[in-house]
Ligand binder design. Sequence first.
Ligand SMILES: [Fe+2]
Length: 436
Amino acid sequence: MSFTSTTTETIRTSNTLSSNQKNAPIDQQIANIIRTEHSLNIGSSIHFHDGADKEGVLMLPESSRKRLEDGGIDLSAGYPEIPDVLEIPIFVDEAHAIRAEDVPYIERGKNADPEKKALLGAAKEVIHLTKNVGTEIVGLQLADLTDQQKDELALLVAERVVVFFRDQKLPPTKQHELGSYLGNVEVHPQTPHVTGLPGATVIWNDFKLKKGMVLNYANANLSNWDPIRNKSIGNQTWHTDLVHEHQPAGYTHLHLDAIPKSGGDTLWASGYGAYDKLSDEFKRFLDGKKAVYISAHAYLDRNDPLGGPKKIERIHPLVRTHPATGWKFLAVNRSMTRRIVGLSPVESDLILNYLFDVYEKNADLQIRFKWTSSEEGCGTSAIWDNRVSQHRNIWDHEGEEPRHGTRVTSLAEVPFFDPDSKSQREALGRPIHQWD
Ligand SMILES: [Fe+2]
């Protein structure tokens, strides 16, 4: 809920504060109330209690429970685990300070064998699902990859945007291990994770619906038209994860262990391709520009705590260069790119809306993936390069069949733009249309 008169009434009548707390500065009093009044949430209709969830463990799909238990996850206290309420930042300055400093990042794809012989040579089959985006690897288990194969996988993901592995036996701990190899695993301050394994984020709309998320067939897509008026719900809107981070998300790995027979697909779109759809003149205009990126979650302004939810904001290049492929890509998304630095609001809105459309409307830059695994007791993994893509989930199954998974996100480099880098088509020697 937003900070409304109901909230101020709660503050006025709250008996939960000690006399010391009542004498504390107003921002601290508000933080105390939010931490002790579990009915209060900032900018969200979902009501989580901290700790492992007793109700959640009872809702677990059979296949998910088996994967978790076989993988050594102790579910006796509950599932999923919600971060300790004392650890969740209340104010946007606190949230902004998380991971604000440079941390070393090793780009695993950078020195990999460009032919990827160790990885592709060991696969039973390698299927390029569309010309520009998405490759499926058949006959390899992610849990068994050597470091050399992991390096080659990183490069393949960086080139193909997203790579899929069906029929995987993958405990969450192994998924977490792979994520740690590919970058710095993100631990989210708010979202539920696998019990005892922070960094293995739980992707489970059925659980959020139980906790108050308002998602239905009629509102699921509204924010694809107008994210300002309509909140993004349950990953239905085209978006890129964690773009507000100082070092935003790179290789990102979602493993689904409960998959609807029909529906629940995910779409990805390529940022290399989106950039290459622009004219040379427009590319030149955008190269070197910067934009303001916002967080998905909201906090409060310490200096204006009753002023409503505030997002974390960070500035990054609008056109970036990928450290492994060296290709330029367009780094915008409708959900979380707020404005282009240096332009008037009208100019910025006009250009950004066009760039969002380029990403969202060019089907030759996209893939729609059906997650089905054919082997009993196995799940399906998608590893995408979050830097060079947008994605969205489709909630057409409307929760009639369970859908559950775990996501491990590897944070990558501080974003950069190399003016000497090339676009994907330029680097690959593919034709580039010249407009008169
Ligand atoms: Fe996402």
